[in-house]
Design a protein around this ligand. Structure first.
Ligand SMILES: [Zn+2]
Ligand SMILES: [Zn+2]
Ligand SMILES: [Zn+2]
Length: 488
């Protein structure tokens, strides 16, 4: 298979080791390169809910009759990845259960290496076993885990021709280079995969690229035409020829010392990027409220910070227990406490707003949810790169919440903004962008109707909401759609 790597070249990035740089000018939203996974597996916890071939979350998956472990959308998906599953299927059958995701991925990587021996595929900038493993830098607890995984691997693949050292090298590579794969809507992490070329892209807390998983087209009946599960590296803004390409390994919404600690722990390097060395935006992330030049006392700020952290933990517990009314109660209480003390971009405040808007929207308290979602996006806009994918997704959710709350004008504006960001971060063919596109057209039509006759729009919306049980919220939009045809 040929990979198109014309836009990039490997170079010596000094202390960071190898890196990738551009060979020509690139524009925002341009695909720098696309790469299929070398190997990938679905997480243990989701092995029955996610297709092992296309990684879509789907109800009623079909089970592999042989190993009874792998699940697929249909026969097409199963056929598409039989090559990847063949040896795994036999091993699981023999072992009589499936080992954990680390062991399964390591086995898949090793089978693939064995199969590919001697074949140098075009566009592969590095071989898998040339990647860094950082086994020597591992913490004691991680090393212990590695040893257990090693033992399980040897039981699972007793006939492996690889030595123990080489196998632990692969385990190490996966640990610090594995890329988390999300479902088709980008809502949930569903698996982990290895993309060797992507591993050459170094980290920067304020990166010039973003990575997105694109499941592509799986709709054709012939498996041979299925597009491979692949990542796309996309430019976030203009990148000049010879500039280093970077992605963010950790979320920018942490203060620099926390990001540095996380990077050191998982990826074993000290981040010296501009954002870290100059502590950029740390002040905003810890901002306190200033009224007429007066700031709250250090003591009070400390108290509210501690209260917020405790509250965030309680919220998480209530959420896991499914007690959403408790979540809402805790969020409201905490937001009240934060309001006179924290600035609008304080991280703990934003985390609270994020949970509150999400859960309130789930409970269909759309007006309150919309208010919080709007404040969340305002905060994100001051912190994130204007084309950050998290900002795009938050703006999309805020837009939908406003729309559901009947605030059609703001809702439509936000959906348009989100669409513009996702065209860069996800591209026009991604399923989320396609969803957004149809929402953009729908809200545009409703907005036109609203402008023509506000009263009619509202009364019709009210009627639609009253006539239909809330569970069929989407049919409200259908009703409006049907009516708008008559009006326009
Ligand atoms: Zn599938
Ligand atoms: Zn099987
Ligand atoms: Zn940094």
């Amino acid at each position: 298979m040929t990979l198109d790597m014309d836009n990039v070249e490997v170079f010596d990035a000094g202390e960071k080791g190898r890196g990738l740089r551009t060979t020509k000018d690139l524009w925002a939203g341009e695909v720098v390169f696309a790469e299929p996974s070398f190997a990938a597996v679905v997480f243990d916890s989701l092995s029955q809910q996610v297709c092992h071939s296309c990684f879509r979350r789907q109800a009623n998956l079909h089970r592999c009759a042989q190993c009874k472990f792998a699940h697929y959308c249909d026969r097409t998906c199963q056929t598409a990845c039989w090559d990847e599953h063949k040896q795994e299927c036999a091993a699981i059958k023999k072992y009589e259960k499936a080992p954990n995701e680390n062991v399964r991925l390591t086995a898949r990587v090793l089978w693939r290496i064995q199969k590919d021996t001697g074949i140098v595929s075009d566009g592969q900038l590095t071989s898998v076993d040339q990647l860094e493993d950082h086994v020597a830098d591992m913490l004691a607890e991680d090393f212990k885990e590695l040893k257990i995984d090693m033992q399980n691997f040897l039981d699972y693949c007793p006939k492996t021709r690889h030595g123990k050292e080489y196998i632990s090298h692969i385990f190490g590579i996966i640990k610090c280079n594995g890329f988390t794969l999300s479902d088709q809507r980008g809502l949930q992490a569903v698996g982990v995969g290895l993309f060797p070329n992507l591993c050459l892209v170094n980290h920067d807390c304020w990166p010039n690229c973003t990575v997105i998983l694109n499941h592509g087209n799986q709709s054709t009946l012939n498996a041979a035409y299925h597009s491979k599960r692949r990542i796309e590296l996309r430019a976030l803004s203009k990148i000049s020829e010879n500039e280093e390409l970077t992605v963010g390994y950790v979320d920018f919404l942490n203060v620099s010392t926390d990001r540095q600690r996380a990077l050191k722990h998982q990826y074993h390097f000290d981040c010296t990027c501009k954002s870290c060395s100059e502590h950029l935006k740390d002040d905003l992330k810890m901002a306190v409220k200033e009224t007429d030049g007066n700031k709250p006392s250090d003591q009070l700020v400390k108290e509210v910070q501690e209260f917020s952290l405790e509250c965030l933990a309680k919220v998480e517990a209530a959420r896991t227990a499914g007690d959403f009314h408790e979540v809402v109660k805790l969020c409201r209480e905490c937001l009240d406490k934060q309001e006179p003390v924290f600035g609008k971009t304080h991280l703990y405040h934003l985390r609270m707003l994020s949970t509150a808007s999400e859960v309130l929207s789930y409970l269909q308290f759309f007006s309150e949810a919309a208010e919080y979602a709007g404040r969340l996006v305002e905060g994100y806009m001051k912190l994130y790169h204007p084309n950050n994918a998290h900002l795009g997704m938050a703006t999309m959710r805020a837009g939908v919440t406003h729309w559901h709350a009947g605030l059609i004008k703001v809702g439509h504006e936000m959906i348009c903004k989100a669409y513009a960001i996702l065209m860069v971060t996800h591209g026009p063919n991604h399923p989320i962008t396609k969803d957004l596109e149809s929402m953009r057209m729908q809200t545009e039509m409703e907005l036109r109707m609203f402008k023509q006759n506000e009263h009619v729009y509202h009364s019709m919306r009210e009627a639609a909401l009253q006539n239909k049980p809330m569970a069929e919220a989407s049919s409200v939009e259908d009703n409006i759609k049907a009516l708008s045809h008559k009006l326009l």
